[in-house]
Design a binder for this molecule. Sequence first.
Ligand code: C5P
Length: 393
Amino acid sequence: MTRILLGICGGIAAYKSAELVRLLTKRGYDVRVVMTEAATQFISPLTFQALSAHPVHTQLLNTEQENAMGHINLARWADIFLVAPATANSLAKFSYGLADDLLSTLYLAVTCPVFMAPAMNQAMWYKAATQENIQRLTEHGISIIGPDQGIQACGDTGPGRMSEPEAIVQYIDKHKTPELLQGKKVLITAGPTREQLDPVRYITNRSSGKMGYALAEQAQKMGASVTLISGPVALSAPREINLVLVESAAEMYTAVMQHISAQDIMIAAAAVADYTPAHIHTEKIKKQNTQTELKLVKTKDIVASVARLDSRPFTVGFAAETQNLEQYAQDKLVRKNLDMIAANQVGQSEGGFDSEVNALQVYWQKGQQTFAMTDKTQLATQLLTLIAQRLHA
Ligand code: C5P
């Protein structure tokens, strides 16, 4: 059962949220309601308690409510965070990360996809500040539903009416995680590469492939048909995934180019060797002098080559860095002509290579989003949700 945390702000459209809760529960969603102080002036929490069959959350610093389900647990509980109606004030708070009440604090704490259905007077909607906030929220990966045009409660006519509850439910149905990548073809590279020196030795790196495999598994759960091109790892891939095993960067390049046509999305999570031995010795290299030198040559950049194709998929790269994370990531976004880059700090005690958890800083041309330290499965869902949103945008 998909769990929706529904935030209700203080606008006259709050009365429509009663119908929204009814429709959502009828569709099989498990709904918990959070109301701002102002929302409770428009409609009683009791209405939502009756419709959702659960107590309504209204206060941040209330021991009773915290004991029942603390705000962090409430945020973790949610599969979807929906705010309807979202007032100009709350949108401004979300866009700047203020957390002075339960709803705005929950917004900062959730890691699931977020949807907002604005509702306000048309002049408030047109105000530059509101438009900037909507723009910022869109860049932060938030889906904005509506608003509709028409006659408003205040007598004005124009945009600002909250979308009808049925339209909101339809939007959520269509964009909720399990169906986000329905019918899409996704190619993912994962793991390290192995660059052979002689019959018994190779150069490799600490990549475990966990992030790439988690992405492949989650993309498939979200409806995609997945091709996973993997370097040598100690993981197994789900059966339905088209798994192509390779060793070297050159083999990975060839495999990717063989499978790239008709892909909608390419995610390069592999830690591809940047250099490979200029010469593979056919016999084991014998030790001789106290020092020796290896001549290495550059490998082909796979993700950059894909991004240069005429008919290219939505192309996402990774940047694992030990320092200057943002600068190096932004530089790679431009230099490799990517649609998006997911940067992560490596070489620290937590996260990065061979870890179960990771944190990502994601950049695209006009926006960025941070995903806090969490397990790689959850992180994969968050990143794929963002990719699907950017693809649809
Ligand atoms: O330049 P750098 O190796 O740091 O870039 C990392 C990104 O580029 C990753 O997405 C990685 O999978 C991709 N890459 C690639 N082919 C290479 C080197 C890196 O696809 N030869």
